[in-house]
Design a protein around this ligand. Sequence first.
Ligand SMILES: *[C@@H]1O[C@H](CO)[C@@H](O)[C@H](O)[C@H]1NC(C)=O
Length: 116
Amino acid sequence: MFVSRSLFALVSTAAALISVNAYTGRATWDSLGTTPCPVQCPPTDYGVALPVDLFPNGENCCSTVHVSYQGKNIDVTFNNLFLAGQGSFNISLSHQAFAELAPPEVGQISPVVWNL
Ligand SMILES: *[C@@H]1O[C@H](CO)[C@@H](O)[C@H](O)[C@H]1NC(C)=O
């Protein structure tokens, strides 16, 4: 009994971790329509702006965001709110972060999968 309940809890937790908060959208890096988080995060060259309507009060600001594009993966800091990305799951990466996924000249990439 104890074993099966523990196993169930473990499986449920794993399923929740995998399915929770995974979004698909487009990534740009021009920083247009972004504004800093209400809290100041540690300085980094690897930042991301996430849609403001998902985090209206800056919830989760400064946490790590995992971003994937065509088999490439980066971890960036959620340090800006994406005002222009409202109503979408689009994100705005810092120049350096974008450059890890694609040449900045392309301007935008999609589909990008991100979660935090
Ligand atoms: C999100 O990106 C798509 C392109 O993938 C674009 O068509 C759409 O307008 C963008 N939405 C916002 C709110 O910027």
